[in-house]
Design a protein around this ligand. Structure first.
Ligand SMILES: C[S@@+](CC[C@H](N)C(=O)[O-])C[C@H]1O[C@@H](n2cnc3c(N)ncnc32)[C@H](O)[C@@H]1O
Length: 236
């Protein structure tokens, strides 16, 4: 019987193909199968395009579609089916990689697959990656947190009430997943004197990267899913 392969959760960073770790590059070189996650709406996988230059020519690429998770309990079937497909590959002795944008353990689809695979007794290696908010801080030359700053990270897809409560106590702040709720987020930041310091970055490190410093003026803009805001409370 074949020995099971290893499952690699590989953080490929937020976009710039040079922002991969040496470990990520090594794992991409040895895997036999790469799982390329994509959403229902898109036909391409950004994680795959970052990983592609490092893959061996014989690698098999399997696209897996994942829903945007609001309630995991309602979406379990899709995740289970994708996990079964991965298990099947591992049990046939192949090493399988799962490419994740940024870091795999940070607001990532990988987390759901990891949780389903963990009890199956397969070998899992998770390779951290540069999360988008840190690449953005470097790109725009904005120290994110220093001294005794408390950093708050808020997914803008959360309930507006929860966002407002978090912002009430926040100083240095990262807002992830800013797209649908963008106008409400702008209002919430304005009300707390946090809009002037806000910088929004879409698709950091990719060819069509966009940096917006007058965030309020763009309130009605349709944003790409890969959009993040960095801000801090103005203490003046
Ligand atoms: C599902 S989360 C994935 C986070 C990722 N695991 C990380 O470590 O950054 C998706 C969110 O990450 C942020 N993001 C990921 N890549 C980005 C990029 N290249 N530019 C700006 N924001 C990005 C956006 O806030 C996006 O809505």
């Amino acid at each position: 019987m074949n020995q099971s392969g290893t499952f690699y959760g590989i953080g490929v960073g937020p976009g710039d193909p040079e922002l991969l770790t040496v470990k990520a590059m090594k794992a991409l070189k040895i895997i036999d199968v790469l799982i390329a996650p994509k959403t229902e709406k898109k036909s391409d996988s950004v994680a795959l395009s970052i990983a592609q230059p490092y893959l061996k020519p014989s690698v098999e690429i399997i696209y897996q579609t994942f829903p945007m998770v609001k309630d995991f309990a309602e979406e379990t079937e899709v995740f289970k089916a994708n996990t079964d497909e991965i298990l099947h590959e591992l049990q046939s002795g192949r090493n399988v990689g799962f490419a994740t944008l940024g870091d795999p353990m940070f607001y990532s689809t990988y987390i759901y697959i990891f949780r389903l695979l963990e009890p199956c007794g397969v070998k899992i290696v998770t390779i951290p990656g540069v999360p988008a908010f840190l690449a953005i801080a470097a790109q725009i030359g904005r120290p994110l947190a220093y001294g005794n700053d408390i950093l708050t990270i808020i997914p803008a897809t959360a309930d507006l009430e929860a966002i407002n409560t978090a912002l009430d106590h926040a100083d240095a702040t990262v807002l992830m997943k800013v797209y649908k709720n963008f106008p409400e987020v702008v209002d919430a930041l304005k009300a707390r004197g946090m809009i002037e310091e806000a910088v929004l970055v879409s698709r950091c490190g990719l060819d069509d990267e966009k940096i917006i410093t007058d965030v309020a003026a763009h309130k009605q803009e349709h944003l790409n899913y890969l959009s993040t805001i960095l801000t801090r409370r103005n203490h003046d």
